[in-house]
Design a protein around this ligand. Structure first.
Ligand code: FES
Length: 126
């Protein structure tokens, strides 16, 4: 299950859009936060128990405060890295972060602004 925050960069270009469908800009950083959802829709797992959903408002508030264009947030099901939870993945860079809390979010957003990696919270190998 994937729940997505409303897309902010949606544009419609009717001149170049023969099917009259809506197009959107791809996010430069799409941050996936584990919500521990299982196939049944229930939230079970470490990330949920460690309040990963409570981090969303802080994360989205920081993105707005920093005026980070092109950074989107979505909530996912379990990403099978439960022992490292709460887990956050940054795509397309593919950086996986663990033990995410407000301090980690600050470091991750700092890294995005600086074009780097929040090494202290990185759980994936490059
Ligand atoms: S519950 Fe988050 S990685 Fe499994």
């Amino acid at each position: 299950m994937l729940l997505s925050a409303p897309a902010r960069n949606v544009t419609t270009n009717h001149k170049n859009n023969r099917n009259n469908t809506t197009t959107m800009n791809k996010p430069t950083h799409h941050l996936f936060v584990c919500g521990s959802f299982r196939a049944s829709g229930d939230r079970q797992g470490v990330c949920h128990k460690k309040e990963s959903m409570n981090l969303l408002s802080y994360l989205q508030g920081e993105i707005q405060d920093r005026m980070l264009d092109g950074v989107e947030v979505s909530v996912t099901g379990c990403m099978n890295a439960c022992t490292q939870g709460p887990v956050l993945i940054d795509y397309p860079s593919g950086h996986w972060y663990g033990k995410v809390n407000e301090e980690a979010i600050d470091a991750i957003l700092d890294a995005i602004e600086e074009g780097g990696v929040a090494e202290d919270f990185l759980i994936s190998a490059d």
